[in-house]
Design a protein. Structure first.
Length: 205
């Protein structure tokens, strides 16, 4: 996974411009607008895991490669989808913002059919945890093994879906949560399938 937000990019630029100096977490935070050293450290650890920087023997960081905007695509972010049996009303009509993903994850030809939402609740653990981000491929067709974003009675939910006779059942992976039977007069719309899950720290939102 190679996802960079604006703070990641600012940190990379700052480190590249100050390679000959030993900079502190406070120095970096002041330069990029982060108000706590732990927030800076979290960003540095993410950059290190993704191969952008490495620690040098003197306690600073060496920039191994720069951010390349040509390898990033902007996807709409639609807020929270419930991983539980209750939730907020509906997906917003307009996305809250856009998040950048690498073209190794979503190709330019797929960009228009993908968006990102955020899980809320623990009913789909261990597949997805509350606060994680889910990349959704918009489609109405799905397989039994797919995790699906479905709007059920105006509430967006991430579930597995199985058929029981003539009825659909919204299935939770966490056994502490009951399944939801889709009744005859329920409003149910399959939005798409979960293509990838990102940890809660992947994006700065």
């Amino acid at each position: 996974m190679k996802i960079l937000d604006s703070r990641h990019r600012d940190i990379l630029d700052f480190l590249a411009d100050n390679q000959e100096y030993t900079v502190t977490l406070m120095d970096i935070g002041h330069a990029v607008g982060l108000d706590h050293p732990q927030k800076v450290l979290d960003k540095l650890m993410q950059l290190e895991r993704q191969g952008y920087i490495a620690k040098n023997p003197f306690g600073g960081y060496q920039v191994l490669r720069k951010y390349d905007e040509t390898n990033q695509l902007a996807l709409p972010f639609f807020g929270f989808a419930q991983c539980g049996n209750a939730g907020k009303a509906i997906l917003e009509e307009y996305p809250r913002k856009k998040l950048m993903v690498d073209t190794t994850i979503v190709t330019p030809s797929e960009q228009q059919s993908c968006f990102i939402t955020r899980a809320k609740g623990d009913s789909m653990e261990p597949f997805i945890h509350s606060g994680d981000f889910a990349l959704i491929q918009v489609q109405s067709i799905f397989s039994p093994e797919d995790k699906v974003l479905v709007v059920h009675n105006s509430k967006p939910k991430i579930k597995k879906i199985r058929a029981e006779g003539e009825r659909w059942v919204l299935h939770s992976l966490n056994t502490e949560h009951s399944d939801i039977v889709v009744e005859e007069f329920d409003s149910t719309n399959i939005v798409g399938v979960v293509r990838k899950v990102f940890p809660a720290t992947a994006f700065d939102v």
